[in-house]
Design a protein around this ligand. Structure first.
Ligand SMILES: [Ca+2]
Ligand SMILES: [Ca+2]
Length: 94
């Protein structure tokens, strides 16, 4: 599991593919941004894929706030990408 993440973090192409895929999956209405509801769903999916414990609703709200760097209440692709990278790094530090 950890090896997969380490590999992803060192392989930009693979990492980008994953993030683009996740972002597309998350953006249900196709407006190129992820809102709070879409975000909750993508995190659950990500946790399923990686066999991780799902965060609570409160935790999700906090995570959303930290991802939304420009504080406009939606997640843009660049914000999402930064988040996924940090998220993986966080897993590795555990
Ligand atoms: Ca959307
Ligand atoms: Ca934003």
């Amino acid at each position: 599991m950890e090896q997969v993440i380490v590999q992803l973090l060192h392989d930009d192409e693979q990492f980008n593919k994953l993030v683009i895929g996740l972002f597309k999956d998350a953006d249900f209405d196709g407006n190129k941004t992820i809102d709070c509801g879409e975000f909750n769903t993508v995190i659950e999916e990500l946790c399923d894929q990686l066999n991780l414990e799902k965060p609570t609703n409160e935790e999700l709200k906090d995570i959303f706030k930290t991802i939304d760097l420009n504080n406009d209440g939606i997640i843009e692709f660049d914000e999402f990408k930064v988040f996924v990278r940090n998220y993986f790094k966080g897993i590795l530090n555990c």
